[in-house]
Design a protein around this ligand. Structure first.
Ligand SMILES: [Cu+2]
Length: 147
């Protein structure tokens, strides 16, 4: 799937976003959002925003000595194989201090900011179970053939 998206992105010269999904949460809480991104070589995700939240941060989960913490990254490179911001992985978009609830089944628009392509508005599906949604809607990238 990412391979197909990458081809499209390369043909059109713009990032392609698939499987956008955010986690349902009440107003005032934080939430997380996920997506798979394909883009032409050298593209970077440099930020995101949402009218639904005070701010959106690029978070990386760091595990050390049994402790789990989240670091704010300034940007993420989009590698040639695509970037999977996937539930259960180390990366997520953190929606900080929700201004209104994110309700299951009511999509939310998040603006993704790219270094070269600029801002892209994306409708994110909202679900209580982002891992289950991802497993049901995203086919795993095919493993590279053995050399
Ligand atoms: Cu976070």
């Amino acid at each position: 799937m990412l391979g197909v998206l990458l081809s499209l992105a390369l043909a059109q010269g713009a990032p392609e976003i698939s499987a956008p999904v955010a986690v349902a949460a009440p107003a005032g809480a934080d939430s997380a959002a996920y997506a798979a991104i394909a883009a032409p070589p050298g593209e970077r995700l440099t930020g995101a925003s949402c009218t639904c939240a005070a701010r959106v941060e690029l978070h990386r989960i760091v595990r050390a000595d049994g402790d789990i913490s989240m670091l704010v990254d300034p940007a993420w490179d989009i590698p040639a194989a695509g970037l999977e911001i996937r539930p259960g992985s180390d990366l997520h978009l953190m929606l900080m201090d929700l201004r209104h609830p994110l309700a299951e089944g009511a999509p939310v628009e998040i603006v993704l900011r790219f270094e070269k392509a600029g801002e892209i508005r994306v409708r994110f599906h909202v679900t209580r179970d982002s891992r289950g949604w991802w497993a049901a809607n995203v086919r795993p990238a095919r493993p590279a053939p053995a050399p």
